[in-house]
Structures are given as C-alpha cells and as structure tokens.
Design a protein around this ligand. Sequence first.
Ligand code: SF4
Ligand code: SF4
Length: 416
Amino acid sequence: MIERNTFWMIPPMSRIYFYVLAVIATLIFVYGFYRRFRLWRRGRKERVRWSDVRTNFRYFWHMAVEQRKIRRDKLYGLMHRFTSYGFVVLFIGTVLVVVDYDLKVPLLRGGFYLIYKAVLDVFGVLFLIGLLIAIRIRVQKKRSRLWYSLKDNLLLWLLFVIGLGGYVLEGIRLAVTQVSYAVWSPIGYGLSLLFNGVPLFSADAYPLWWFSHAVFVFILIAVIPYTKLFHLFTAPLNMLFQPVKRTGKVSLPYRLDEVVQETPVQGVNKITDFTGWQLLSTDACTECGRCDSQCPAHLSAKPLSPRSIVTKIRDNMAKDREISFFISPEELQSCTTCGACVEACPVSINHIDLILSMRRGLIHRGVMHTEEENTLLRVEEQHNVWGKPWSERADWSRGLNIPNLQRGQEKKKQGV
Ligand code: SF4
Ligand code: SF4
C-alpha cells in the first residue's frame, strides 16, 4: 500500500525528544507573538469595520498573493515569489503530515500521497532557488536600498539548510526503500541514485540527518516572532484589518470642538497615543527600503527616512517615552505627504498616517516653526493662509461681472 511512513527508522526515544523540542519551540513562538500582541494592545482601540475588511481583501489578493508591488523589481520579485510560494506549500505539506499522523486522519495514502509528493518536490525546488537568489543579492549587495545584517543572512541560510535537509532525507529514504513510486519525487529520486552505497547517506546515518533537520525546523519556528519572518503574520493582518484610509487624507472639514469632545487625544505624543492597528503595522515592516528609495525628502538629503520612522516606532513600542525622544520634529516636518512611500510599501504600511498623527502631536504641544505658527494664526484669524482681511475677499472679482451667489443658491447652467 502506498502511504507515508512517518518516523521511518527513528527509535522511540528520539520520537519523544522530537515532541519535547516541538513543544518548546511552539512555546517560544507563542510567547514571542504574545509579547508583540500585548504591545499592540497598548495603543488606542480602533474598531475594525467589516466593510473595510472586504475592501482590503481585494488589495490583499493583489499585493500578498499576486505580489504586484514586489514584482516591480524583477529579480527581487522572482526571488520573493519563489521563496514565499515554496514556503507556504511546504508549510501546508507539514500541516498535512500532522493531520495524517498525529490527528490520525488518513490523508497521505494512495494517489493523493503521490500528488502530494510531486507538488512538494517542485515547490521545494522553487523555495531553494528563491533562497539562492536572495543570498546572492545579499552577498553581492545588489540592492542599495537594503540594510545588510548578519541576522538576516543567517535567517536565509537557516531556511536554505532546512529546504536542502528535506531533500537529503527523502533521497536516503528512497535509496534504502527502493519503492516503485519513487519517481513521484523527482528530486528525491535523483538524489537517491547518487546516495546509493554512500555511507554518509545510508540507513544508519538517517536518524542523525533526521534529528538535525528537526532541530533546524524547531529553531526556525521559535525565531519567527523575533525576526523579519514575523511579517508572514503581521503583513496579512495589517493588509486585511487596517482601517481604510486614503493616502494623505485628512478628515476635513470638521468642527474642532466636536473632534476634541469625541477624541480627547489630539495627535500622537507617546506610543500609547497611536492606535493598536498603527502599532501592529510597524511590526509588518521588512526593512526592504522601498519607501526610502521613493521618498523625495529622503532623496534630497532632508532628515527623513520613512523606513526609520516605522522601525523607530516598532523598536520603541515597549518603552514609555515621548515620541520626541526618538523621532525629531525635523524628521516629521520634512514630509511633503506626497504618498510615494505608501505607494511603494509592499506590506501596506501607511507612513503618512503615522507621520501626520505625530505632526498633530507636535502642533498640540506647540512645537513648530515660526512661519508655520504664523500661517496657522492667519488661518485662525482671517480664514486664509495669507492673512488677507475677510472684507477684501471678493476684491479680485470686481469689474468682472461675476454673480455673487448667496448660501443655498445655485447657479443655473448656461447651456455650456
Ligand atoms: S509622504 Fe513623506 S515620507 Fe512618504 S515619500 Fe512623501 S515625503 Fe517621504
Ligand atoms: S515601511 Fe514598507 S517599504 Fe518601507 S522598509 Fe518597511 S516594508 Fe519596506
């Protein structure tokens, strides 16, 4: 009968170690997730509107599934699609093993098992190719917008070793068992031909290979919430549940006294003044630098980096400090609200929303340039930025025979 033989050649004691490590890795993962979740909850509550989620779903499909923004960069787009599609399919494959073996639902049998093996084999190769491209980009520093760190490099190598390890295990299994359906795993089958008679890849060596593979997988599970891979969770959450805000939109007109009554917090002065969704969005940042590479303020050497704005909020989320302690007024005031960063961000972070919230906080605290202060005074007193008297408002139309409409009156169309 064709079926998956989970724990082939693995002694009972090693199986116990396996489950103990699985529990430890899962606990570290859950703690890491909960740690960030608690920080998001420090923000102000903002209701999730299901109409927004429906709108967001379309966007999510285009950006997360089709990866339209990421593929604007051809090589990088190819790399990301290969690794992410490969990762997701391999993850689903692992879940099916758990369902089949641990939950005793007989899934991996007969024809379905053969298709399962073939699909995983193909996506495993895509995964490895994607990782090789990513490693090459990083080793050769092929993108100036990236921040290069040892931690990110190690993460890529960890994923690569896990992907490769899966094939080694499969190759040994097929070399030893010589099953008739081996060709359904083309890569594993090819390796099994190479491994035949090599002691390093024999049945005796298999448990060691298997255990080291398991340890690497558990390390990966444990580190996800502490590394960039966390965006696997936070990016979809941000894309799907973030309230819909048009880029740069400020809710106007409004009566200030009404707004003050409804929302006592005007602008953001400390971490807890952000909404929970705004805080979560910063955890979705992968530090890819697309926002910086498009920001006119950043490119013209102004003291603003939209990526740094996001990462500074993320990195200071646990601290009770004023925003001004880690983001300067000059950074916030350098933003032109052009929206290029929001347009470029593949995980849908709304930099403008973050920056404007903090800028309102500055105004609330009276931190502004003299010219900005004068402009606001002119708007307050004369209802225009030039400070022209209200009585001269219609001067420009004198002698032009322009009708003066009263409130509620509408000019009839004149056949134009
Ligand atoms: S909106 Fe501001 S931060 Fe974003 S690209 Fe434009 S100037 Fe830069
Ligand atoms: S904010 Fe978005 S575009 Fe900018 S570095 Fe982070 S993920 Fe990339």
